[in-house]
Design a protein around this ligand. Structure first.
Ligand code: NDP
Length: 275
């Protein structure tokens, strides 16, 4: 965290940036606590599921640049081409997620944060939806969240510290054509997160939810052009979001500095799509 001067009468605050240089900024002299240049994530160990592409990848890179020690699941055997730890693990297998947690604790240190990001869509109108479409979506999006957090939550409880962020979706709250399976999982994550928020609150474990609207990624690349056009016209900001625009609010909710008193909260990040 920056070393900020606390002279309440000063009009120019002096703080230290990430390079250790002093920077001056005009300040409201009434402010007693100066804004920090840090989210307090330096050295914090954070696991991101599905961090090899899309929103998860941008999040991994952002957290890394904020000084966190990041691990992410990647089902391919590609080694990481940046500083974070790639772990071959499939969230649908409890044993793999237990081993992932053990490895992270051993190689990086105590896990402070978890981001439940891995997710799939298997869209079909309900009258055509197969059991396989249904089961696979529940297995990854919902049971995968359980498998990921189950080995880590007791450790957080013992240590009295933790932050978990679930990536839900606008579809979890408003539903979507051909997305009964997906919307069930994304709504389920909200219930799961809030229950864990209750359980974790007294142990200093915060649990929050980001509900993105439509974001550019492989997942939305599948949307046919005409539907995409209609969707865009319904978004007040008239565009899909970018992965980094989801990553920043996630980092903020992980931050023990920026969101110390926020838990059980759903944050909509959707260009005004659902107000
Ligand atoms: P992508 O399809 O680009 O990426 C999905 C990620 O999930 C990949 O890293 C994928 O890994 C991983 N994943 C899938 N199945 C598994 C599994 N069994 N075990 C481990 N990892 C797995 O999606 P996005 O980046 O767009 O989505 C990220 C999250 O954001 C998802 O939960 C999604 O539901 C949610 N979301 C996305 C929105 C959007 O518009 N894009 C809107 C609202 C929510 P692999 O490469 O190995 O398949």
């Amino acid at each position: 965290m920056s070393a900020a001067k606390t002279d309440a009468t000063a009009t120019a605050a002096v703080s230290t940036n990430g390079n250790g240089n002093e920077v001056q900024a005009e300040q409201d002299p009434r402010l007693i606590v100066r804004p920090s240049t840090s989210l307090g994530l330096e050295g914090k160990v954070i696991l991101v599921t599905g961090g090899n592409r899309g929103i998860g990848k941008q999040l991994v890179l952002l957290l890394e640049s904020l000084g966190a020690k990041v691990a992410y699941t990647d089902r391919s055997d590609r080694p990481s081409d940046h500083g974070s730890l790639a772990i071959h693990a499939d969230v649908t297998y409890p044993g793999e997620m237990e081993m992932a947690a053990e490895r992270i604790e051993k190689e990086l240190g105590p896990i402070y944060g978890v981001v439940i990001n891995a997710g799939i869509t298997r869209d079909a109108m309900f009258h055509k939806m197969t059991h396989r479409d249904w089961d696979s979506t529940i297995a990854v999006n919902l049971t995968g969240a359980y498998n990921t957090i189950r080995p880590i939550f007791p450790l957080m409880r013992d240590r009295g510290e933790g932050a978990i962020v679930f990536i839900s979706s606008i579809i979890g709250e408003q539903g979507g054509l051909g997305q009964t399976n997906y919307s069930v999982t994304k709504a389920g994550l909200i219930g799961m997160a809030r229950s864990l928020a209750h359980e974790g609150a007294r142990r200093n474990i915060r649990v929050n939810i980001i509900a993105p609207g439509f974001v550019e990624s492989d997942m939305t690349d599948k949307i046919p052009a005409n539907i995409r056009e209609t969707l865009t016209s319904q978004i007040p900001m008239q565009r899909f979001g970018k992965p980094l625009e989801i990553a920043w609010p996630v980092a903020t909710l992980l931050s023990p500095v920026a969101s110390a008193f926020i838990t059980g909260c759903v944050v909509n990040v959707n260009g005004g799509h659902r107000m």
